[in-house]
Design a protein around this ligand. Sequence first.
Ligand code: 2AL
Length: 245
Amino acid sequence: MRIEVVNPNTSAAMTEAIGRAARAIAGPGVEVLATCPAMGPASIESHYDEALSVPGLLAEIAAGRADGYVIACFGDPGLDAARELAAGPVAGVAEAAMRTAALLGRGFSVVTTLERTCGRAWDLAHRYGMAGFCRGVSACDVPVLEVEEAVDAVVAACRTAVAADRSDVVVLGCAGMTAQRAEIERRVGVPVVDGVQAAVLQVESLVRMGLRTSAAGEFAAPPPKPYTGVLASFGSRGATLSARP
Ligand code: 2AL
């Protein structure tokens, strides 16, 4: 089985860290391909960044290199579109982390990067039916590309969040925090969920069970049509790629 973990930002260093975390958790016989798009933002920390990360991300998924896919950014950019496009299952790290955290305690706190990303995390908690488990979303105020080196700030934000939210689980709100999960958990003293590893194992289990996104309704392959301008090559992808029952 091959799982492609797509980092939707174009940072090579972050993609490597995500790949290491994914390979460390994947089961025997699972090959992990860690990729990032050829075009797009260096990091995703605004709605603008997120919107413009999606074409490059979808181009990676459209290459059809794997049995299942992980979108390794906490905004879960392009998740619905990726599910329409991919022949195999697709997991976003926010959805995977929140669903995993809900199995581990009474309520979780999301700790993200910049304050401006908190609204998106709340939107996703509502969207996934997880708002009843989400006790709070807060920021450590460190930009995405600096967060791996800022473990003290993340730990401090997690401690404050657990106390203020009266939560008993932490969800890491950025894929760039993946390498620090164990240290953060040890220092904060509650279960800490990293969405990259949670999503890899969810996709692995779906592929192993022979399950993939339903094509019976909303997530059917998108109807082919002409696209123009810089998006011209995206036009007929839906029909050619998504061979799902
Ligand atoms: C992220 C993330 O996971 N990757 C990225 O570029 N931005 N999330 C975030 N909350 O800033």
